[in-house]
Write a protein that binds this ligand. Sequence first.
Ligand code: AMP
Ligand code: GLY
Length: 417
Amino acid sequence: MKILVVGQGGREHALVWKLSFDKEIELFCTPGNGGICEDAKCSVLTNIQDILNFAVREKIDLTVVGPEIYLANGIVDEFEKHGLKVFGPNKKAAMIESSKVFAKLLMSKYNIPTAKFEVFDNQIDAQKYLCKIDTPIVVKADGLAAGKGAIVAKSKKDAYKAIDDIMNKKIFGEAGNKVIIEEFLQGKEVSVLAFCDGKTVIPMVSSMDYKRACDNDRGPNTGGMGAIAPCPYYSKETAEYVYHRILTKTVKALQDEGIEYKGVLYAGLMITKDGPKVLEFNCRFGDPETQVILMLLKNNLVEILQATVEGSLNNRSIKWSDEKAVCVVLVSGGYPDSYKTGFEISGLKSIEKDVVIFHAGTKKVDEKILTNGGRVLNICAKSQSYEQARKVVYDAIKNIYFENMYYRKDIALNLYR
Ligand code: AMP
Ligand code: GLY
C-alpha cells in the first residue's frame, strides 16, 4: 500500500514515524524535511495540482493531509473528484477552522458552549463596541493567520489597536476582513482531537499544548513550544461532557447544515469554572500535540485512517497506552519573530533509544542536518510518569546543539498547580 503524507513539520514526521511501523506500507511525503526523508520518499511539491498529479502518477492509495491551508484550499475536494482516497475534511467542512465567524455562528446556533462574542465587518462598529464592554477581551481575525489571529487585549487601548491592526493595517491580510470580539475565559486549556467519519466520533487521548514562547507561559503565542499527553486536568466527567456536548454535537450540527465532517476535529478548550468551552476548532491534527498523541496510540494508524475515510469507525476500538508522553520543541532563537536558519545540528546520533526525535524545520544537505525553520526539532519520550518522561527528554537535549538553539525549560513541570 502506498501512502502520501502532505506537510513538512514535526506533526508530519510523527505521522510518517507511526505509519512506518507497518512494513506493508510504502511511504511518500511532500515536501518533507531532513528527518522525514529517512523514512519516506520525499518530493518537493507545494501546490495542490502538482500533489494531485503526483498521487495519480504514483498510484497513491491514501493521502494524509497535515496543514490546514491545503484543506481550506480544497485539496480533499480535488482528490475526491479524481477518485483518490484522502484523509481530511473537504473545503466546506474545513471552514470550522478557516472561518472563525462560521465556527462561532455554528456554535451559537446549536448551543455548543463557547465564549460570548460579537462579529464585526467594519472597524468603526468594532471600535465603538469597546465602549460597552469591560477588558480583558479577545479580538480574533476571522480567517487563517498561522495561529497568531487571536489577540488577548488587557486594556481598551490594546483592543482598539488590535482592531486597527487587523482591520485597517491588515496584518493578517484578507483574514482580517471580519473580526470577532469575545469574552476572555479563564481556566486550564486542553486540546481534544477526535477521528470523525461523518457520523462516528472517536476522541483521541487528551493533550496539552504549551503555546507561549517563554517559561511560565510568558511571551508571545507560538505554534507550540511543547506538549504533553494525556492532559492532567482533563477528568473522565469532563471528557464525557466534551464528547456529548461539544464533539458529537458539532459533527451533528454540521450534518444538519449539509456538511459531512471527515478527518480530525480538533477542539481547543478552556476548562472554566462553568465547564469546558470551545476556544477554537481546527480541522486537522495539532502540532505538537500529534507527536505525543501518536506515541501513546496502540493501534495500527493506517487502519484508523482508512476507517475514517471509508465511514466505518463505528466498528473500531482505539486503544491508548496509560503512559505519559512529553515533547519539547527546540526552536531557532528569535522564533516566533525573525530568526536565522542554515546552522548545522549536532548530537542527533548520540541519542538514547527511549527518546524519539521528530524533525520539523530541518533539511538534509550532504549528510548534514541543517536548521530550516522556526520550530526545528521535537524531542519526545514516554514513561509511567510525567516526571520520568520529562527527565529523559531534557537529558537528551543536553546532547543536541545548533547555534541560537532555544527551548522552554518548564514543559511537564509543576503540573497539578
Ligand atoms: P485561538 O487561535 O482562538 O485558539 O487562540 C489562541 C490562544 O489564545 C488560545 O490557545 C488561548 O490561549 C488564547 N485565547 C483564545 N480565545 C480566548 C478566550 N476567549 N479567552 C482566553 N484566552 C483565549
Ligand atoms: N498546537 C496548536 C495547533 O496545532 O494549532
